[in-house]
Write a protein that binds this ligand. Structure first.
Ligand SMILES: Nc1ncnc2c1ncn2[C@@H]1O[C@H](COP(=O)(O)OP(=O)(O)OP(=O)(O)O)[C@@H](O)[C@H]1O
Length: 320
């Protein structure tokens, strides 16, 4: 069952085309990550789907109807990128105020507990830290027991512990049958939470598939080694040096290793790993943008695969 849909959705702001003929189907029970660099059109797509903005052409549907219909919007939850909270109200009062709009809201203590902020109920929102405000803003999206939740960069500005607590709240909602579309700059977040990833670039869908398939789609491998210096090698799509280790991104690791050996350079600690979502993302959004190809590399999938969190690199998110 499709809960939200964009069909050739285009949105222009003056002469800026923020979204360009985007197709997206969000099925019941999915947890989908929306990934893209700054200005890719993520917030614009979310704002169309929740009825905050209109398409310039194409159309969007929410719960089978018009997203601007209040009946449809009552059954969704949304946390925009920036939220204003009334500074003199207490956290509990804000929750009660929002709850009053719904027939069967989640009880206050349960909601705050789910997002790890139950100890803040009596605090004025004006005195909360940025991270505490963010958690409250995200919690409020869930108060009306929505079927579908849209979260625009929910964990921006949160420390690692707060981010994980918030992930737990989102996971619990999903495990109970909820559907989620969340945008993020944190690749680690998409890998940890999402079953499916939609990569946006310059307003176009560049890839739409399971996290695993998006990695495989680009077939990038990470070849890591320690070497004093390296000659220029063919087929290298990116180079990073971290803590004395050089990481080379390539689509043909076998050939790269042959070239390395052939170059006579002294190297050690050679390691070849499958790509992370970050590597795949860089490969997809680098260079061959939509203007260059004219065709998104969407491969589509019928069934979302399992969540992927197998990357062994440190838990520091990479902000793109
Ligand atoms: N109200 C607006 N008026 C004019 N241009 C806008 C407006 N909102 C967005 N844009 C432009 O549309 C494009 C897409 O912006 P959008 O905010 O949707 O991207 P995003 O992927 O959410 O970016 P970020 O990751 O930085 O939040 C950008 O070029 C942006 O400058």
């Amino acid at each position: 069952m499709i809960l939200a849909r964009a069909v050739q959705a285009t949105r222009r702001y003056g002469d800026v085309t923020a979204l360009d003929r985007v197709d997206l189907d969000l099925h019941a029970g999915e947890l989908v990550g929306l990934l893209g660099p700054n200005g890719a059109g993520k917030s614009t797509l979310l704002s169309l789907l929740v009825g905050l903005r209109r398409t310039s052409s194409g159309r969007v549907e929410l719960l089978g109807g018009d997203p601007r219909d209040p009946a449809a919007r009552r059954r969704i939850g949304m946390t925009p990128q920036e939220t204003g909270l009334p500074p003199t109200l207490r956290v509990g009062e804000v929750v009660d105020f929002v709850s009053a709009h719904y027939a069967d809201p989640v009880p206050r203590a349960e909601l705050l507990g789910r997002f790890g902020i139950d100890d803040l109920a009596r605090r004025q929102t004006g005195g909360l830290s940025g991270g505490q405000k963010r958690r409250l803003a995200v919690a409020l999206a869930f108060v009306g027991r929505p079927r579908l939740v849209f979260l625009d960069e929910p964990t921006t500005g949160l420390d690692v512990t707060a981010r994980r607590e918030l992930w737990d709240g989102i996971r619990q909602f999903h495990a109970d049958g909820g559907t989620v579309l969340l945008s993020s700059h944190y690749l680690e977040e998409i890998e940890a939470l999402a079953h499916r990833v939609v990569v946006l670039g310059r307003g176009r869908v560049l890839a739409d598939d399971s996290v695993t398939a998006v990695r495989d789609l680009v077939g990038v491998r990470r070849v890591s080694l320690v070497a004093p210096e390296l000659p220029s090698l063919p087929g290298v799509r990116g180079v990073e040096r971290i803590d004395g280790v050089t990481h080379l991104l390539t689509t043909d690791a076998d050939q790269l290793v042959r070239d390395l050996v052939g170059s006579g350079v002294a190297f050690s600690e050679l390691e070849i790993r499958p790509t992370s979502l970050e590597d795949a993302f860089l490969a997809i959004t680098d260079g061959a943008g939509p203007e260059a190809t004219g065709t998104p590399v969407t491969v589509g999938s019928d069934a979302p695969s399992d969540a992927v969190g197998s990357d062994t690199r440190p838990a520091q998110p990479a902000d793109v």
